[in-house]
Design a protein. Structure first.
Length: 252
């Protein structure tokens, strides 16, 4: 399975930050051993994709609307992301689930919209601290998987191409990282759930860990079974931080 290092710039970055992408492209030119993606704010997708064209770095969006077009002020469709040059899109990030009250049902509709435009969805799941402390982590993650992933997909992106990101909400942007034991438990659980739902395709689906991944903890996280890469927020904003994370993944 090809590993995946995905960066999430969130609502950060202007044209001045694009040189970080250029540095990343230079550092990993010719890299065939992992997929490298930066999920940019909508305003930068097109420019970033132009810079990254033909390189080992790909570009993604951070959300898309479930509909193809229409009266949805402020939203971006999957077709718009595709036209701008995106190959991936993050869906159901916990910040979208909390800031915009996105439900599993909405995320599932977005997954269908994304694959219709041949965008690879990175579907995020993860428990809050209160849910973990109540012993509900696996129940919550299982429910999000069941609700957010479609049974089967039309079009030329199969369910095996869909990416799942396990992101404990309490570890995102906090500097707190799940322990390797906690990651192993949840990733093993997700793999079993995907196998039960999709058979062999479930074996091919990449499961990323996200939550304060940094150069200093990346190698230990990538050594955990069923961790097929990372979704990285803060540390994806500079090549100095993201580069060593990509290298750790390639060497894992
Ligand atoms: C994220 O944005 O998905 C994320 C995991 O952020 P951070 O790496 O900053 O915790």
């Amino acid at each position: 399975m090809r590993k995946l290092a995905a960066g999430n710039w969130k609502m950060n970055g202007t044209g001045d930050d694009l040189d970080q992408v250029t540095r990343l492209i230079t550092a990993f030119s010719g890299t065939q051993r992992a997929d490298i993606v930066i999920c940019a704010p909508a305003t930068l997708v097109h420019r970033m994709a132009e810079i990254a064209a033909g390189s080992s770095v790909q570009v993604g969006g951070q959300d898309c609307h479930p509909k193809a077009a229409g009266a949805h002020t402020g939203d971006v469709s999957a077709a718009m992301l595709r036209e701008a040059g995106a190959d991936y899109v993050i869906l159901g990030h916990s910040e979208r689930r909390s800031d915009h009250r996105e439900t599993d049902l909405m995320v599932r509709a977005k997954v269908l919209a994304a694959v219709a435009e041949r965008l690879v969805p990175i579907v995020c799941v993860g428990e809050t601290l209160a849910e973990r402390e109540a012993g509900r982590t696996l129940e919550v993650v299982g429910g999000q998987l069941d609700g957010s992933l479609p049974g089967e997909l039309p079009g030329d992106i199969g369910i095996g191409d869909v990416v799942v990101a396990y992101e404990p909400v309490w570890a995102i942007g906090t500097g707190l990282t799940a322990t390797t034991a906690q990651i192993a438990e949840v990733h093993g659980f997700i793999r079993d759930r995907l196998l039960a739902a999709y058979g062999l395709d479930g074996e091919a689906m990449r499961i990323l860990y996200g939550g304060s991944v940094k150069p200093g903890n990346a190698a230990a996280i990538f050594a955990v079974p069923h961790v097929d890469g990372a979704l990285v927020g803060g540390a994806s904003m500079t090549a100095n931080d993201f580069g060593p994370i990509v290298t750790a993944l390639i060497n894992a």
